[in-house]
Design a binder for this molecule. Structure first.
Ligand code: C2E
Ligand code: MG
Ligand code: MG
Length: 631
């Protein structure tokens, strides 16, 4: 009850929002009213000037007393107008100054109204100018009830005594003035309450809009903002002069092995883990905008200087969430300059950089830079032009000699066919620049079939020309066996070129022997029937080495070049043991990557059957092989 009376009297504290709302309303009113005053005063000054010109000359006192009020009112209106426009355009927020100007302007209006009103009354005219000014001030000041009571009472009392002193007010004038005072006061009260209720409604609408926007901007599962919010916030940050966008970086996070978690524990636990990961990221990047994009993907816009430390910390904490699965947080980065300041593009580039880290166990951060851009461009080129490359003969076979080691002295006993991509734009590309990409996009069979056919053509040509012929080993990708029927294709090639199977060796890398083992064993059995020799390539480079020897039977074991590259006293017993183990399993041994005479002598001494490496020859184009070895 007491509260509502206080509220009605405008004695309670107005909330900031309402204060601000009323002040803005006042400022808008000031714009209209000051323009009216300015026009009115210019007109009055012009009128007066005309009188001055007609009845020239006039004394200085006359000029001063007649012009003074118009000029003061005009100046006050101009100052108030300038301030109100600046405030409404957001150029100033000094409310104290604004209030001061408002009150001063109102005060000048009232004094002017009283003075002119009294003069009119003394001249026997209506007190209209007084009434006009009261209404006028009422328009620019939404009076609070107490203020309006005091302000209007003072004004009316002062006015009453002034006119009464000039000429005693009649009862009619007294009643008229009293009625006007009460009406002014009541209208001011009603205007105040109307404005307050408008402000309350507007506040409510704004609050619910804000709430709706928040819900709209939030990711349901993790309560982090979503990417829509992230784009908007980062775009605003990049446009803001308060933020140095060149010292920031966009980060894209991907949680590797999260799928394994989902499969292992089910979706409920998966969701919990996502919430925990979101919590870690929110905590680590507490000063930066961060959002969930989808699934196990998140983005942040962090300060470049502190980003590496934060990325490292987040990765450690995410890995500790489940020691069994060891989730691996991979992060891609993109600075705004690499994306033309386009947030969407920056996210997508940071994501691309992140995707490069897939299945790389040690690396966890990659930035999108011009080198990566060039690499990706080349990758795209490889994928888009593999068919053209095959058709136009850009795929070339280089041959590397395989020589006799133990029981011989480097005599040629075979050749390994190694692919090269002779690109009109990029030049001669080595396998590491296209094999992985072709494997990733499951297009590797196109290249391998092309190599196989060329090798068969060359062998046929050599036989026909009566040249020396040695077996050629062919490299197969693990995807080849999924993508086409390898035994059938090799069979058809040997038939087409009338070649014995014994001239072709099939190299399969150890890493190919990880899945579809049964199918691979069946394929190998078929290949054996056609007398192709089976070679295990890069032995020792993977993890499953010894098991592989148990489960598969190979004719030749190619010892990976890593053993010779980091050659030390420990390598001697290891390589010796591998050679002797292979012998016990009835396999021929071939050591790759022989670069020095010492290495070759060592391999001879331990009974390694064959050797291959730069010490004998690098891979060479067919013409050079013909000249040097097969002439
Ligand atoms: P790989 O089958 O183990 O081939 C041996 C690689 O070692 C060749 O690299 C060869 O140039 C290099 N190499 C030989 N001797 C030495 C040496 O003494 N020192 C050093 N540092 N390197 C030596 P290249 O030709 O770059 O081939 C790389 C890999 O690409 C091959 O490894 C093979 O896995 C793959 N590859 C090559 N051609 C084909 C192909 O036609 N099809 C498939 N699927 N993969 C291929
Ligand atoms: Mg090989
Ligand atoms: Mg190898």
């Amino acid at each position: 009850m007491l509260d509502s009376i206080k509220k009605w009297l405008g004695l309670g504290d107005d909330r900031n929002y309402i204060e601000e709302y009323l002040f803005r309303s006042n400022m808008r009113a000031v714009v209209y009213m000051s323009v009216i005053v300015i026009l009115l005063e210019i007109w009055m000054i012009a009128r007066l000037t005309r009188i001055v010109i007609i009845s020239w000359p006039r004394s200085f006192e006359w000029l001063f007393s007649h012009y003074r009020n118009y000029v003061i009112l005009l100046s006050a209106a101009v100052v108030a107008l300038i301030y109100a426009i600046r405030f409404l355009r957001g150029k100033t927020a000094n409310r104290m100054l604004g209030k001061g100007i408002l009150w001063l302007f109102s005060f000048i209006c009232i004094v002017f109204g009283i003075q002119t009103g009294v003069a009119s009354y003394a001249g026997g005219e209506q007190v209209l100018s007084f009434i006009t000014m009261v209404v006028f001030v009422f328009c620019i000041l939404y009076w609070r009830p107490l203020q309006s009571f005091l302000f209007s009472s003072l004004t009316f009392t002062a006015f009453y005594f002034m006119i009464d002193a000039v000429k005693p007010a009649t009862e009619a004038t007294q009643i008229n003035l009293l009625t006007l005072w009460i009406s002014t006061f009541m209208i001011a009260m009603s205007a105040y309450h109307q404005k307050v209720s408008e402000a309350e409604k507007a506040e409510g609408i704004e609050a619910s809009n804000r709430h709706l926007a928040e819900i709209n901007d939030q990711d349901d599962l993790t309560s982090l903002p979503n990417v829509k919010w992230f784009r908007r916030t980062c775009t605003a940050m990049m446009l803001s002069s308060a933020v140095d966008r060149n010292s920031r970086i966009f980060l894209f996070f991907d949680v590797e092995r999260f799928k394994a978690c989902n499969e292992k524990y089910g979706y409920k636990r998966g969701d919990e883990l996502l919430q925990q990961i979101a919590g870690i990221l929110k905590d680590v990047f507490s000063d930066d905008p961060i959002a969930r994009v989808s699934d196990d993907h998140f983005v942040a816009f962090a300060a470049e200087e502190t980003a590496p430390g934060k990325v490292y910390e987040a990765r450690e904490r995410v890995a500790a969430l489940d020691p069994l699965v060891r989730l691996d947080l991979k992060t891609g980065g993109c600075i705004p300059a690499m994306s033309g300041n386009d947030v969407g593009l920056a996210i997508s580039r940071a994501r691309t950089a992140c995707s490069i880290l897939k299945r790389q166990y040690i690396r966890f951060y990659q930035e999108y830079d011009s080198e990566l851009e060039a690499r990706l461009k080349r990758r795209e080129h490889i994928i888009n032009t593999i068919d053209t490359a095959v058709k136009n003969g850009w795929i070339k076979v280089f041959y590397q000699p395989v020589v006799k080691c133990a029981g011989g002295n480097g005599e040629l006993v075979g050749l390994e066919a190694l692919a090269r991509w002779d690109d009109p734009e990029y030049g001669l590309l080595p396998p590491y620049q296209f094999i992985e990409t072709l494997e990733e996009y499951r297009e590797i069979h196109k290249l391998d079939q092309c190599i196989i056919e060329q090798v068969c053509q060359h062998l046929r040509e050599d036989i026909d020309q009566g040249r020396k012929v040695v077996p050629v080993s062919l490299n197969f990708s693990r995807h080849d066996f999924d993508l086409y029927d390898v035994p059938k294709f090799l069979h058809s090639m040997t038939e087409k070129y009338s070649l014995p199977g014994s001239l072709l060796d099939v190299e399969i890398t150890e890493s190919a022997l990880t899945d579809h083992l049964k199918e691979l064993q069946i394929n190998m059995a078929h290949l054996r029937q056609d007398h192709f020799s089976m070679w295990l390539d890069d032995f020792g480079s993977g993890y499953s080495s010894l098991n592989v020897l148990k489960d598969f039977s190979f004719d030749v074991l190619k010892i990976d070049m890593m053993f010779l590259r980091n050659f030390n006293e420990k390598s001697v017993p290891i390589v010796t043991m591998i050679v002797s183990l292979a012998k016990q399993l009835n396999m021929v041994t071939l050591c790759e990557g022989v670069e020095t005479e010492d290495q070759f002598r060592f391999l001879q001494s331990i009974g390694c059957d064959k050797a291959q490496g730069f010490y004998f020859s690098k891979p060479l184009p067919r013409e050079e092989i013909l000249k040097k070895y097969l002439a």
